[in-house]
Every structure is written in C-alpha cells, then in structure tokens.
Design a binder for this molecule. Structure first.
Ligand code: DAH
Length: 338
C-alpha cells in the first residue's frame, strides 16, 4: 500500500508541473485533492489493511495530502502572476527610478566659503534680527530722521519705528553692546531688504556679510590686510586689491574695496565694464560716534567694518550677469552649482 502512496505522489507532482493555466490547475486539484480525488480514494481503502498497519498508512496518506496542498498553493501563485501579464510581473533586473538629490543653493555655498575664510582669520559668526528698529538701522549709525544719507537705502517700513533692515550694519551696534569692553572680531551674515525695483543688478531681498573688528590698536592697514587676504582666498592668490575713497555715515574714513577683475586680470572686459576692477565691499574705520553708541570709548578703541554681498561675490566668481537668477527658482540655474 505505501508503494501506491509513493507512486501517487510522484504522478501528482509531475502532473502539477505540467499545468500551464489556472483552469488546468483547478482540474488537477479536483483530480488529486478533491473529495473523490485520488488521495481520498486511497484513504478510503484503509479498511482493507490489517488493523496494525492502518495508523501508519493513514498518517502517511495525510502527510502526502498536506504536501500536495502546499505545492498546489505555490503553483497557484506562479500561474496567477504569469496570468496578470508583464505589467504586473516584477522584473528585478529593471534599473531603479532616479531619486532627485537636493543640493545647497549657490548663496549658501558662497556664505559658507566666506565663513570659512574669515574663521581662519579668527572671526566668529553672529546673527541679528532681520526686522530691526529704525534706531539701530539708521540713527545709531549717524543717520537721524530726515538725514539725506537715508536715501541710499530705500526702506520697507513695518511701522514708523521699525524697518526690515536695509543692511547688516545695525548688527555692529548689537555686537558692540554685547561684547563691550572686550575686543571684537565678528562677521554678521543675513538677509537684507530694499524697497527697490528689481533689475539685473538689484533685488528687493539679498544677503550681506558685515565684518567688524574692534580693539585697542586697529588701523586701516588691518582692514586692508583682511580684504587682500579675503580676495586671495576667495578668488586666487594673484589678486590685487585697491581702496577707493567713498562715504558712509558710519565709517570715517570710508572706502570701497576693489579687486582686479578675475576675467581679464585688469585688462578691461564686459564684467568689469572695461575698468579692470570690480567692487567687492564697502568698508571703513568705525566712526567714533558709532563706537560710542556701541559702548566703546573712541579715545581708547578703534575698529574697522566692512559690508559685502555674497550674491555679488558669486556673480564675480561664476560670471553670473543677472542677480534675479538667484531667487527665481529656475532649476536649470540652481543645478549648475554643487
Ligand atoms: N552697509 C553698507 C551698505 O549696505 C555697506 C557697508 C559699507 C558696510 C561700509 C560697512 C562699511 O560695514 O564699513 O551699503
């Protein structure tokens, strides 16, 4: 009898492999596992065996039935998947879908480069509010109400006494008041806002990085050394820097810092408007009254300050000729950096 079981098992498995559709599989199930199927019939024959052989045979027949049921389930899954068609079939050899990887914005990259350069010179980063009092944005920087120099900055007013800062220079007062009477070497990065028509050269929102050094024997030569070092680390070791006379109410004397044009090395080209020089920063010695407003005695302390635009630095470095590209979210632009 157990020989019959083995034979049936073998036959059933072969027949199962031979099924090629769900219909055929259904027939197979009736034939072998159905109520009147082959296994059931064998089991029914158990009564003809001598009583002592019956339990072993019953057990073996039930095991066969279970094995065949498992094989049936597996085959059912295979055939169903094939029947679902190629769209549903899982092709593990297909390459994966590309994942969009983010990158740092060009302004962020440039800011980080600027931080790293000034960090090597011992400057720490401090941040101050973008919404600023008129007092700090203007008055304590030597621009009382109605002072004509205020016209240099077209201003968004939040209310008559509060503005969106037009530059990072009010941070000078905040940093001085925080650190007084200790020496200071800080850079103050952040967003600034101006109520201006947007053009290729001006945005209503942009970044600045303010620099401030205050101590007992700080001179214009220190400012110059700092600017030369910055220009060479940012734009290459051969860079030349010059100071041009200028005026800012909060510095005395005031200068504009120019660097020889990196495109033409001073020969004259479109980027430098044929002057050979590009402006990289406003700067000067902190005005005695501004030092006083920050808590420092100008007879004892002196300091220099500068303010630069990271977008402008990036525009020079990568020959970008329109500042509007920075914040108009065109991925074709953004993807070129990083
Ligand atoms: N705050 C000036 C601006 O927005 C830039 C500037 C000029 C900053 C001279 C300074 C400085 O610290 O000394 O135009």
């Amino acid at each position: 009898m157990s020989g019959k079981l083995d034979k049936l098992g073998e036959e059933a498995r072969e027949a199962l492999q031979a099924t090629s559709s769900l219909d055929q599989l259904a027939d197979w199930r009736v034939k072998y596992l159905g109520r009147k199927g082959a296994v059931a019939q064998l089991l029914r024959g158990v009564g003809e065996l001598p009583p002592e052989d019956r339990p072993a045979f019953g057990q073996a027949a039930n095991e066969l039935k279970e094995l065949l049921a498992e094989s049936y389930d597996a085959r059912h899954e295979e055939l169903s998947r094939a029947a679902a068609g190629p769209a549903e079939a899982l092709d593990i050899t297909l390459p994966g879908r590309p994942v969009n990887v983010g990158r740092l914005h060009i302004t962020t990259q440039t800011l980080r480069e600027i931080y790293a350069i000034f960090a090597r010179m011992g400057f720490q980063v401090e941040e101050w509010p973008e919404v600023e009092s008129d007092l700090l944005n203007f008055e304590l920087l030597n621009m009382p109400p109605h002072h004509p120099a205020r016209d240099m900055w077209d201003t968004f007013y939040v209310n008559p006494k509060v503005v969106l800062r037009t530059h990072t220079s009010p941070g000078q007062i905040r940093s001085m008041r925080k650190h007084c009477p200790d020496p200071i070497r800080v850079i103050l990065p952040g967003k600034c806002y101006r109520y201006e028509a947007v053009t290729a050269r001006s945005e209503f929102m942009f970044y600045q990085v303010e620099g401030l050094a205050v101590g007992k024997r700080i001179t214009l030569a220190d400012l110059k050394g700092t600017m030369v070092d910055f220009a060479r680390q940012m734009f290459g070791a051969d860079r030349k820097v010059r100071f041009r006379c200028s005026h800012f109410p909060f510095t005395e004397p005031s200068v504009e810092v120019d660097m020889d044009c990196i495109i033409c090395a001073g020969e004259g080209c479109r980027v430098c408007k044929h002057t050979g020089w590009v402006e990289i920063s406003g700067a000067g010695m902190v005005h005695p009254q501004v030092l006083r407003n920050g808590g420092y005695d100008p007879d004892v302390y002196s300091g220099y300050a500068f303010g630069m635009g990271p977008e402008r630095i990036a525009m020079i470095k990568y020959s970008i000729d329109d500042i509007r590209l920075f914040y108009s979210n065109d991925l074709r632009f953004a993807r070129q950096f990083g």
